[in-house]
Design a protein around this ligand. Sequence first.
Ligand code: SF4
Length: 343
Amino acid sequence: MKHSLFLGSSLLLSPVLLHAGQRNEIRWIPAYEKLEMEGKLAQRIKQAYAIFENCQLCPRKCGVNRQKGEKGFCRAPVKPVIFSYHPHFGEEMSLVGEKGSGTIFFSNCNLRCVFCQNWPIAHEGKGKEVQDEDLAGSMLHLQKMGCHNINLVTPTHVMPNILNATRIALKKGLHLPLMYNTSGYEPLEILKMLEGIVDIYKPDMKYMDADKAAKYSAGASDYPEVTKKAIVEMHRQVGVLKLDKRGMAIRGVIIRHLVMPNRVAGTEKFVKWIAETLPKSTYVNIMAQYRVEYKAYDYPEIARGITEQEFLEAMDSAEKYGLTNLDPQSIALRNFYRHRRSN
Ligand code: SF4
Protein backbone atom coordinates (compact mmCIF):
# COMPACT_ATOMS: atom_id res chain seq x y z
CA MET A 1 0.00 0.00 0.00
CA LYS A 2 2.79 2.36 0.97
CA HIS A 3 4.56 1.50 -2.27
CA SER A 4 1.45 2.26 -4.35
CA LEU A 5 0.99 5.63 -2.73
CA PHE A 6 4.64 6.48 -3.27
CA LEU A 7 4.21 5.82 -6.97
CA GLY A 8 1.33 8.24 -7.34
CA SER A 9 -1.27 7.17 -9.85
CA SER A 10 1.13 5.88 -12.53
CA LEU A 11 -0.04 2.60 -13.96
CA LEU A 12 1.67 -0.40 -12.46
CA LEU A 13 2.16 -2.88 -15.24
CA SER A 14 3.18 -6.47 -15.37
CA PRO A 15 6.03 -6.91 -17.81
CA VAL A 16 4.99 -7.89 -21.32
CA LEU A 17 4.54 -11.67 -21.62
CA LEU A 18 6.85 -12.67 -24.41
CA HIS A 19 7.81 -16.33 -24.15
CA ALA A 20 5.66 -18.50 -21.91
CA GLY A 21 7.96 -21.47 -21.38
CA GLN A 22 7.80 -24.23 -18.78
CA ARG A 23 8.61 -21.79 -15.97
CA ASN A 24 6.19 -19.15 -17.28
CA GLU A 25 9.16 -16.91 -17.99
CA ILE A 26 8.17 -13.29 -18.37
CA ARG A 27 10.37 -10.84 -20.25
CA TRP A 28 9.68 -7.16 -20.92
CA ILE A 29 10.98 -6.00 -24.27
CA PRO A 30 11.93 -2.46 -25.27
CA ALA A 31 10.12 -0.79 -28.17
CA TYR A 32 13.21 -0.71 -30.42
CA GLU A 33 13.70 -4.45 -29.98
CA LYS A 34 10.15 -5.11 -31.17
CA LEU A 35 10.75 -2.89 -34.21
CA GLU A 36 13.95 -4.77 -34.99
CA MET A 37 12.05 -8.09 -34.74
CA GLU A 38 9.58 -6.67 -37.27
CA GLY A 39 12.53 -5.91 -39.56
CA LYS A 40 11.83 -2.15 -39.60
CA LEU A 41 14.58 -0.58 -37.51
CA ALA A 42 17.33 -0.58 -40.18
CA GLN A 43 15.09 1.23 -42.68
CA ARG A 44 14.18 3.84 -40.06
CA ILE A 45 17.89 4.52 -39.45
CA LYS A 46 18.49 4.94 -43.17
CA GLN A 47 15.65 7.47 -43.42
CA ALA A 48 16.93 9.35 -40.38
CA TYR A 49 20.50 9.53 -41.71
CA ALA A 50 19.26 10.96 -45.01
CA ILE A 51 17.98 14.02 -43.10
CA PHE A 52 21.57 15.01 -42.31
CA GLU A 53 22.03 15.99 -45.97
CA ASN A 54 19.42 18.74 -45.66
CA CYS A 55 19.05 19.08 -41.91
CA GLN A 56 15.44 19.43 -40.81
CA LEU A 57 15.85 17.55 -37.55
CA CYS A 58 14.36 20.38 -35.54
CA PRO A 59 12.00 23.28 -36.20
CA ARG A 60 14.93 25.58 -37.03
CA LYS A 61 15.04 23.67 -40.36
CA CYS A 62 18.49 25.01 -41.31
CA GLY A 63 18.73 22.85 -44.44
CA VAL A 64 22.51 22.48 -44.08
CA ASN A 65 24.35 19.38 -45.27
CA ARG A 66 25.86 18.02 -42.07
CA GLN A 67 27.31 15.04 -43.95
CA LYS A 68 29.53 17.54 -45.78
CA GLY A 69 30.58 19.27 -42.58
CA GLU A 70 28.15 22.20 -42.73
CA LYS A 71 26.80 23.39 -39.42
CA GLY A 72 23.44 24.91 -38.64
CA PHE A 73 22.02 26.87 -35.72
CA CYS A 74 22.88 24.13 -33.21
CA ARG A 75 26.51 24.03 -34.45
CA ALA A 76 26.47 20.24 -34.18
CA PRO A 77 28.65 18.18 -36.49
CA VAL A 78 27.38 14.98 -38.09
CA LYS A 79 29.01 12.83 -35.42
CA PRO A 80 27.60 12.89 -31.91
CA VAL A 81 29.47 14.94 -29.35
CA ILE A 82 29.14 13.58 -25.83
CA PHE A 83 29.95 15.60 -22.75
CA SER A 84 29.57 12.75 -20.27
CA TYR A 85 27.70 9.54 -19.52
CA HIS A 86 27.07 8.19 -16.05
CA PRO A 87 24.37 7.00 -13.65
CA HIS A 88 22.34 10.06 -12.69
CA PHE A 89 20.51 10.28 -9.38
CA GLY A 90 18.84 13.66 -9.86
CA GLU A 91 16.01 12.50 -12.11
CA GLU A 92 12.47 11.45 -11.16
CA MET A 93 12.41 8.58 -8.65
CA SER A 94 10.86 6.11 -11.08
CA LEU A 95 13.89 6.63 -13.35
CA VAL A 96 16.58 6.59 -10.68
CA GLY A 97 15.74 3.52 -8.59
CA GLU A 98 18.71 1.98 -6.84
CA LYS A 99 21.34 2.21 -9.58
CA GLY A 100 20.54 5.47 -11.32
CA SER A 101 19.32 6.65 -14.68
CA GLY A 102 21.88 5.86 -17.41
CA THR A 103 22.33 9.41 -18.63
CA ILE A 104 24.17 10.50 -21.76
CA PHE A 105 24.66 14.27 -22.12
CA PHE A 106 24.92 15.37 -25.73
CA SER A 107 26.73 18.62 -26.46
CA ASN A 108 25.21 21.48 -28.52
CA CYS A 109 21.55 22.45 -28.58
CA ASN A 110 18.96 23.72 -31.03
CA LEU A 111 17.13 25.95 -28.54
CA ARG A 112 19.90 27.84 -26.73
CA CYS A 113 18.00 29.48 -23.88
CA VAL A 114 19.53 32.51 -22.17
CA PHE A 115 19.02 30.85 -18.77
CA CYS A 116 20.49 27.49 -19.87
CA GLN A 117 21.34 25.41 -16.81
CA ASN A 118 23.88 23.36 -18.84
CA TRP A 119 25.43 26.16 -20.88
CA PRO A 120 29.04 24.89 -21.14
CA ILE A 121 27.65 21.77 -22.83
CA ALA A 122 24.69 23.19 -24.73
CA HIS A 123 26.04 26.57 -25.84
CA GLU A 124 29.77 26.03 -25.96
CA GLY A 125 29.64 22.45 -27.26
CA LYS A 126 32.17 21.13 -24.78
CA GLY A 127 32.54 17.39 -25.19
CA LYS A 128 34.13 14.68 -27.29
CA GLU A 129 33.15 13.74 -30.83
CA VAL A 130 32.57 10.00 -31.06
CA GLN A 131 31.45 7.34 -33.52
CA ASP A 132 28.01 5.74 -33.31
CA GLU A 133 29.78 2.54 -32.18
CA ASP A 134 31.24 4.43 -29.21
CA LEU A 135 27.80 5.77 -28.34
CA ALA A 136 26.49 2.19 -28.42
CA GLY A 137 29.38 1.21 -26.13
CA SER A 138 28.34 3.94 -23.66
CA MET A 139 24.79 2.59 -23.60
CA LEU A 140 26.06 -0.93 -22.89
CA HIS A 141 28.42 0.37 -20.21
CA LEU A 142 25.54 2.09 -18.43
CA GLN A 143 23.51 -1.12 -18.63
CA LYS A 144 26.42 -3.07 -17.16
CA MET A 145 26.54 -0.59 -14.26
CA GLY A 146 22.95 -1.53 -13.46
CA CYS A 147 21.24 1.67 -14.68
CA HIS A 148 17.50 1.38 -15.19
CA ASN A 149 17.17 3.19 -18.52
CA ILE A 150 19.13 5.00 -21.22
CA ASN A 151 18.49 8.70 -20.67
CA LEU A 152 19.34 10.70 -23.80
CA VAL A 153 19.69 14.36 -22.81
CA THR A 154 19.26 16.90 -25.65
CA PRO A 155 18.94 14.20 -28.34
CA THR A 156 17.19 16.13 -31.14
CA HIS A 157 20.17 17.12 -33.28
CA VAL A 158 21.78 13.65 -33.00
CA MET A 159 18.65 11.54 -33.47
CA PRO A 160 20.01 9.54 -36.44
CA ASN A 161 23.19 8.67 -34.52
CA ILE A 162 21.10 7.59 -31.53
CA LEU A 163 18.98 5.28 -33.67
CA ASN A 164 22.04 3.70 -35.25
CA ALA A 165 23.81 3.32 -31.90
CA THR A 166 20.72 1.80 -30.32
CA ARG A 167 20.60 -0.89 -33.02
CA ILE A 168 24.32 -1.62 -32.61
CA ALA A 169 23.86 -1.88 -28.84
CA LEU A 170 20.73 -4.00 -29.22
CA LYS A 171 22.71 -6.56 -31.18
CA LYS A 172 25.16 -6.69 -28.28
CA GLY A 173 22.45 -7.13 -25.65
CA LEU A 174 20.97 -3.71 -24.81
CA HIS A 175 17.73 -4.28 -22.97
CA LEU A 176 16.76 -1.04 -21.24
CA PRO A 177 13.98 1.49 -21.83
CA LEU A 178 15.14 4.24 -24.18
CA MET A 179 14.24 7.70 -22.93
CA TYR A 180 14.14 10.81 -25.13
CA ASN A 181 14.86 13.68 -22.72
CA THR A 182 14.12 16.75 -24.81
CA SER A 183 13.30 20.45 -24.70
CA GLY A 184 10.06 19.43 -26.42
CA TYR A 185 10.92 21.54 -29.49
CA GLU A 186 10.45 18.69 -31.95
CA PRO A 187 8.77 18.63 -35.36
CA LEU A 188 5.94 16.14 -35.76
CA GLU A 189 7.47 14.42 -38.78
CA ILE A 190 10.63 13.65 -36.79
CA LEU A 191 8.67 12.35 -33.82
CA LYS A 192 6.73 10.05 -36.13
CA MET A 193 10.05 8.46 -37.13
CA LEU A 194 10.65 7.64 -33.48
CA GLU A 195 7.40 5.74 -33.06
CA GLY A 196 8.15 2.21 -31.94
CA ILE A 197 11.73 3.10 -30.96
CA VAL A 198 11.42 5.37 -27.92
CA ASP A 199 9.94 3.88 -24.75
CA ILE A 200 9.79 7.00 -22.60
CA TYR A 201 9.52 10.62 -23.68
CA LYS A 202 10.53 13.31 -21.22
CA PRO A 203 9.76 16.70 -22.81
CA ASP A 204 10.00 20.10 -21.16
CA MET A 205 7.23 22.61 -21.53
CA LYS A 206 9.20 25.79 -20.97
CA TYR A 207 6.78 28.56 -21.88
CA MET A 208 3.22 29.03 -23.04
CA ASP A 209 3.72 32.44 -24.68
CA ALA A 210 5.37 33.05 -28.04
CA ASP A 211 6.95 36.33 -26.96
CA LYS A 212 8.65 34.72 -23.95
CA ALA A 213 9.93 31.85 -26.09
CA ALA A 214 11.29 34.28 -28.65
CA LYS A 215 12.93 36.45 -26.00
CA TYR A 216 14.62 33.74 -23.95
CA SER A 217 15.16 30.96 -26.52
CA ALA A 218 16.85 32.64 -29.47
CA GLY A 219 13.79 33.72 -31.43
CA ALA A 220 11.90 30.41 -31.17
CA SER A 221 8.49 32.10 -31.05
CA ASP A 222 6.87 28.89 -32.33
CA TYR A 223 8.08 26.93 -29.27
CA PRO A 224 4.70 26.85 -27.46
CA GLU A 225 2.72 25.71 -30.50
CA VAL A 226 5.35 23.24 -31.72
CA THR A 227 5.86 21.74 -28.27
CA LYS A 228 2.16 21.39 -27.54
CA LYS A 229 1.75 19.38 -30.75
CA ALA A 230 4.88 17.38 -29.96
CA ILE A 231 3.62 16.43 -26.51
CA VAL A 232 0.26 15.31 -27.90
CA GLU A 233 2.12 13.12 -30.42
CA MET A 234 4.39 11.68 -27.73
CA HIS A 235 1.34 10.81 -25.68
CA ARG A 236 -0.31 9.17 -28.70
CA GLN A 237 2.74 6.96 -29.13
CA VAL A 238 3.46 5.84 -25.58
CA GLY A 239 0.57 7.04 -23.36
CA VAL A 240 0.61 7.82 -19.66
CA LEU A 241 3.60 6.70 -17.62
CA LYS A 242 3.67 2.99 -16.81
CA LEU A 243 5.84 1.41 -14.16
CA ASP A 244 6.97 -2.17 -13.72
CA LYS A 245 6.52 -4.14 -10.51
CA ARG A 246 9.65 -2.58 -9.03
CA GLY A 247 8.23 0.90 -9.60
CA MET A 248 10.60 1.69 -12.46
CA ALA A 249 9.33 3.58 -15.52
CA ILE A 250 9.13 1.42 -18.64
CA ARG A 251 6.90 3.39 -21.02
CA GLY A 252 5.05 6.68 -21.27
CA VAL A 253 5.43 10.45 -21.02
CA ILE A 254 6.91 12.53 -18.21
CA ILE A 255 6.41 16.28 -18.69
CA ARG A 256 8.73 18.71 -16.96
CA HIS A 257 7.91 22.33 -16.29
CA LEU A 258 10.39 24.66 -14.62
CA VAL A 259 8.68 27.39 -12.64
CA MET A 260 10.32 30.70 -13.47
CA PRO A 261 10.32 34.05 -11.68
CA ASN A 262 7.54 36.54 -12.43
CA ARG A 263 5.32 33.87 -14.07
CA VAL A 264 7.54 33.85 -17.16
CA ALA A 265 6.88 30.12 -17.75
CA GLY A 266 3.09 30.60 -17.80
CA THR A 267 2.50 27.80 -15.30
CA GLU A 268 -1.24 28.28 -14.90
CA LYS A 269 -1.78 28.18 -18.67
CA PHE A 270 0.43 25.08 -18.81
CA VAL A 271 -1.49 23.04 -16.25
CA LYS A 272 -4.81 24.17 -17.72
CA TRP A 273 -3.67 23.01 -21.16
CA ILE A 274 -2.55 19.63 -19.82
CA ALA A 275 -5.85 19.15 -17.97
CA GLU A 276 -7.87 20.01 -21.06
CA THR A 277 -5.76 18.10 -23.58
CA LEU A 278 -4.30 14.99 -21.96
CA PRO A 279 -5.47 12.59 -19.23
CA LYS A 280 -5.35 14.20 -15.81
CA SER A 281 -3.18 11.25 -14.78
CA THR A 282 -0.37 12.49 -17.06
CA TYR A 283 2.87 12.55 -15.06
CA VAL A 284 3.86 16.17 -14.54
CA ASN A 285 6.94 17.38 -12.71
CA ILE A 286 6.61 21.01 -11.66
CA MET A 287 10.15 21.96 -10.74
CA ALA A 288 11.39 24.54 -8.28
CA GLN A 289 15.10 24.48 -9.10
CA TYR A 290 15.42 27.45 -11.44
CA ARG A 291 18.87 29.02 -11.02
CA VAL A 292 20.20 32.22 -12.55
CA GLU A 293 22.68 30.90 -15.10
CA TYR A 294 24.46 31.95 -18.27
CA LYS A 295 22.95 35.21 -19.63
CA ALA A 296 19.90 35.32 -17.35
CA TYR A 297 21.64 38.10 -15.37
CA ASP A 298 20.99 40.40 -18.33
CA TYR A 299 17.20 39.98 -18.03
CA PRO A 300 15.96 41.55 -14.77
CA GLU A 301 12.68 39.57 -14.67
CA ILE A 302 14.55 36.23 -14.57
CA ALA A 303 17.67 37.38 -12.73
CA ARG A 304 16.62 35.80 -9.44
CA GLY A 305 15.52 32.40 -8.13
CA ILE A 306 11.83 31.72 -7.60
CA THR A 307 10.14 32.49 -4.33
CA GLU A 308 8.33 30.03 -2.09
CA GLN A 309 5.12 31.85 -3.00
CA GLU A 310 5.71 31.38 -6.73
CA PHE A 311 6.25 27.66 -6.31
CA LEU A 312 3.17 27.28 -4.13
CA GLU A 313 1.12 29.21 -6.65
CA ALA A 314 2.29 26.83 -9.40
CA MET A 315 1.40 23.75 -7.36
CA ASP A 316 -1.96 25.26 -6.39
CA SER A 317 -2.75 25.71 -10.10
CA ALA A 318 -2.01 22.04 -10.76
CA GLU A 319 -4.35 21.13 -7.93
CA LYS A 320 -7.02 23.54 -9.14
CA TYR A 321 -7.05 21.96 -12.62
CA GLY A 322 -7.17 18.46 -11.16
CA LEU A 323 -3.84 16.97 -12.20
CA THR A 324 -3.52 13.70 -10.31
CA ASN A 325 -0.01 12.48 -11.09
CA LEU A 326 2.39 15.14 -9.91
CA ASP A 327 5.98 14.29 -9.14
CA PRO A 328 6.25 13.12 -5.50
CA GLN A 329 9.26 15.32 -4.82
CA SER A 330 7.34 18.43 -5.93
CA ILE A 331 4.47 17.40 -3.69
CA ALA A 332 6.87 16.91 -0.77
CA LEU A 333 8.32 20.40 -1.29
CA ARG A 334 4.84 21.90 -1.53
CA ASN A 335 3.81 20.14 1.68
CA PHE A 336 6.95 21.34 3.44
CA TYR A 337 6.29 24.97 2.44
CA ARG A 338 2.65 24.72 3.44
CA HIS A 339 3.56 23.17 6.77
CA ARG A 340 6.13 25.88 7.45
CA ARG A 341 3.57 28.58 6.70
CA SER A 342 0.96 27.08 8.98
CA ASN A 343 3.32 27.12 11.97
S1 SF4 B 1 19.33 20.05 -35.75
FE1 SF4 B 1 20.75 21.78 -35.90
S2 SF4 B 1 21.32 21.94 -38.05
FE2 SF4 B 1 19.53 20.61 -37.92
S3 SF4 B 1 17.77 21.96 -38.25
FE3 SF4 B 1 18.08 21.86 -36.05
S4 SF4 B 1 19.44 23.57 -35.52
FE4 SF4 B 1 19.55 23.25 -37.74
